[in-house]
Design a protein around this ligand. Sequence first.
Ligand code: SF4
Length: 324
Amino acid sequence: MNNQPISTIFSEIRKLKKEKEAVILSHYYMPPELQILEKDGGVADFIGDSLGLSVEAIKVQAPNIIFCGVSFMAETAKILNPDKNVLIPDKEAGCSLASSITGADIRHLKARYPGVPVIAYVNTFAETKAECDICCTSRNAVAIAKSFESDTLIFVPDVYMGQNLKAKIESETGKKMILWHGSCEVHEQFSSASLGTMKQMYPDAEMLLHWEVPKDTVDESLHDHKGVLGSTNDILKYVGSSASKQFILASECDLGATLRGMYPDREFITPCFKCPYMKKINMANTLAALKSIGTEQQANYEISLPSEILKRAFTPIKRMLDFV
Ligand code: SF4
């Protein structure tokens, strides 16, 4: 199959989607060929960030969801659609951030800081979410943190996003934030030295920085206020609202492909750090996952969670979605 022309694989996936009553949800960090909507000649039914995909997962009518993203995202889709089959093309598509914390860690934090609300970034596995008060994404984290009356909050697991948020939350609300020590192995690679060199090379470019980039890099890169710190969605919107023609992107490499597709008249300079977990998903295993539906192989791709975790993780995700 790997020798098949890509157009043949596209056609086969589109045909099978109909036959198997499946939809494909695809994250912005997927390889570019999985970031083309079916209406534009590709195979995806929806492309988005983790919050956008969670919202879209609720609306799905088809009985089968192929989730082209990493496993914590597919778990979220399953929690929101317990009666549907959610398949991920490679179950090994993990995440360094999600793996940095467990449900037991949250229980220990709660015992150490009784009564302090725990906000979990959506980049956590279901058994961690099940122990938390609310989930958030990089898009709604600030609004969620501000919504709590408590003067102290626990934010897990991303220490860099936590530090970036902490500066904003503490200065705007006076709330204290207790952080965990997880990190995204992609975004933590953006150093102030490397981005500083790029800024010298492209002095007119604006900076596009994801919340998960280390705080000292953010402080150095944005001291002249040329650019934005935010979620994937904030970055996409910011480019649309900016008059600048040139941008330096500090986020996952393939978000550059999304941006180039959306804004072909702009130039994006992207130090290319790829997420090795996201890149486990490709056209070939997406096709294999589709083919497996209704066969013995389906279990190799299907997300399966204990019913208690499904139930308990639903509440913090639902609370998060109330902030959309
Ligand atoms: S980019 Fe970072 S946070 Fe996202 S899946 Fe990869 S390792 Fe996890």
